[in-house]
Design a protein around this ligand. Sequence first.
Ligand code: NAD
Length: 370
Amino acid sequence: MSQDYTTLEKIINQDPVFGQLSFNDHEQVVFCNDKDTGLKAIISIHNTVLGPALGGTRMWNYDNEWSALNDALRLSRGMTYKSAITGLNLGGGKAVIIGDAKTQKTPEMMRKFGEFVHSLSGKYITAEDVGMNTEDMDLVREVTPYVTGISESKGGSGNPSPITAYGVFMGMKAAAQFKYGSDVLEDKVIYVEGVGHVGETLVEYLTEEGAKVVIADINRERLEEVSSKYRATIYQGADLHSEPMDIYAPCALGATINDNSINKLQAQIIAGAANNQLADEAKHGMLLQQRGIVYAPDFLINAGGIINVFAELEGYDRSEIMRKTENIYTTTIEILKKAADNGVTTHTAALQIAQARIDARRAEHSSQSH
Ligand SMILES: NC(=O)c1ccc[n+]([C@@H]2O[C@H](COP(=O)([O-])OP(=O)(O)OC[C@H]3O[C@@H](n4cnc5c(N)ncnc54)[C@H](O)[C@@H]3O)[C@@H](O)[C@H]2O)c1
């Protein structure tokens, strides 16, 4: 069941914190408030069984605080499974800052946020997400070592988005191999929704391969820029999800596969970078399965970025990062097959593998402590 957190009555009638549906065994949630800088942030630590909770910080002008909390909870849970399925020794965490990244973000705010991250002593390690860039992470680095995705000039690995895009491209090709028996994307009509850091590089890969790429974004400047660079067609209509297409690549925010969009979708494959694409994992995953639409699980195919920032912690080796990211192709094929063989949704198949790894590590920990 998807959660409706938009009416006050519904919020009051549910237990407003631990009882809400996005709360799913999260270990710790930290509310960060600083009047001087205007910082209002939520750090959500979902799980640290496999290692410290690593996940980016998103700055977004949320409709309300409830919506921000839900985003943090859902995103941090996704990070747990992303790292687990990718074989990284990391837990899942994520932070959100409430506000407009264009007009409200200041260096003072970023440093203050860094102090809150530091107060968790490494249990949570941050990075960039929507509304953040490497310069912001450099500011956080001034006050805490628990940050990744800092500039190359400062010893970091820089912007992880191109690697994320490469992983999404690999996942998309794997889904095409599974669906069409060929992973060649030439002439496929592919809609990329959101041409920000990841979307743009994905468009580059797709146009290089000769796909017919259509792009959509709420930011007109981005559209013009990406369109002129890669000769991608700008979507002019008002209802992208109902357009005839082969592949839909959600690369903006989450939950675009929802009650409104799902029955209109004409794509045969969904493969994109956005986190939490399914508004309701069980229900919408099942509907996609019933409609024969191959859904490449988001947390599996968008793991390139976390592979990249993890390498920053472990010692940066670009060729190893690219190899691990390329491996998303093989893992995606395995998961799509597993889902088909077992009659479960692709999301469930991926989740089961990730959960098994966490459970095994938890069992190891508890046997060691007895
Ligand atoms: N950057 C990474 O390495 C990385 C890694 C894993 C997952 N992701 C996820 O991928 C997605 C994109 O990340 P990014 O770093 O490219 O972010 P970004 O902020 O650079 O780009 C997002 C783009 O989406 C556009 N957008 C927002 N709402 C939209 C809407 N309703 N319709 C169309 N366009 C819309 C924005 O204008 C922007 O251009 C996010 O969901 C993020 O969480 C990113």
